[in-house]
Design a protein around this ligand. Structure first.
Ligand code: AMP
Length: 290
């Protein structure tokens, strides 16, 4: 049984700025810049998540809070005289969701430097305030050229953390890959490309192409010929395209390794090195690992 009141009390006591409740990991309290596990319970099971869900939906959030079409809810509530925000996202029918409780006022996406067309898109998706990894990574990537290593699990908002700034930096009039995202699986590849398409909905003509094994290489080659700005790829298929000289990585300025730990575990090290060798050295490297 998880005791949400106790988690909240601990957060207040330890002066945590926010708390993450994510299925499969134990609650994390964010104290200063660091995440500290909440010692009261171990990994959160789907049943725990259902209890927590009830706690908020049935009891503690504003009565008029509604889920958006994308199954997200952003609302606030009071606990022991302090205001928290709760952010819930449901993924499919599975009771897996992310809760976020924020004690302090957060900067807005606008204050982090996110530009108008992207702001409009993410507002429509129900993103009201940046998640912690976004708060840290977005201004950094929008600033001077930087390499970043971030530790972030799925569900923490990492796709937007790197996606928003790299999309914002694309020169749309230049129809060449300027950003490359490498990820371990076809599913993740498609999901990232979908997210990037959603974020760039109001940037005219920006093209994101997912390339992954198991689907027609011919149609991927055609799309590359027509011109794309962002390539999201699994390493094996990208190498295949490179060998056929159908993809030009010489204008890539940002490389993201999403689930880098997983790619290394899956034995993609050589492929990744081969891909990186085809990209100019003055690129930015962003590495995300669980
Ligand atoms: P990710 O870690 O990138 O897989 O993101 C986890 C989930 O959180 C996805 O459903 C995102 O659409 C959602 N998400 C990301 N950033 C925000 C935000 N700032 N506010 C609300 N939902 C978000």
């Amino acid at each position: 049984m998880v005791d949400v009141d106790d988690i909240l009390r601990t957060a207040i006591e330890k002066d945590a700025s926010d708390v993450h409740l994510i299925s499969g990991i134990r609650p994390m309290l964010r104290i200063a810049r660091h995440l500290t596990p909440y010692e009261g319970c171990d990994n959160l099971t789907p049943e725990d998540m259902a209890d927590i869900y009830d706690y908020f939906i049935r009891g503690n959030i504003d009565k008029d809070a509604v889920f958006t079409k994308t199954k997200k809810l952003d609302s606030s509530f009071e606990f022991n005289g302090l205001r928290f925000r709760v952010n819930i996202s449901l993924s499919g029918d599975v009771p897996v969701f992310t809760l976020r409780l924020i004690k302090n006022e957060l900067p807005t996406f606008e204050e982090l430097g996110v530009a108008a067309p992207i702001l409009k898109a993410i507002q429509e998706m129900g993103y009201e305030s940046p998640m912690p990894v976004q708060e840290e990574v977005i201004p950094f990537l929008l600033g001077e050229d930087n390499d970043v290593i971030a530790l972030a699990q799925t569900g923490t908002g990492k796709t937007a953390a790197y996606g928003l700034p790299i999309l914002q930096k694309i020169n749309v009039s230049q129809y060449q890959p300027q950003a490359l995202i490498l990820c371990p699986t076809r599913e993740l590849c498609l999901q990232i490309a979908d997210d990037l398409n959603d974020y760039s909905k109001y940037i005219d003509n920006l093209k994101v192409l997912p390339v992954y094994g198991g689907s027609s290489i011919e149609s991927q080659i055609k799309a590359l010929k027509r011109g794309v700005h962002v390539v999201v790829a699994t390493p094996g298929r990208l190498i295949d395209l490179m060998n056929r000289k159908t993809v030009d990585l010489s204008n890539v300025k940002n490389v993201i390794l999403d689930e880098a730990d997983e790619m290394l575990n899956m034995g993609f090290t050589d492929s990744i090195n081969e891909i990186l060798a085809a990209i100019p050295e003055n690129r930015n490297m962003l590495l995300f690992s669980a």
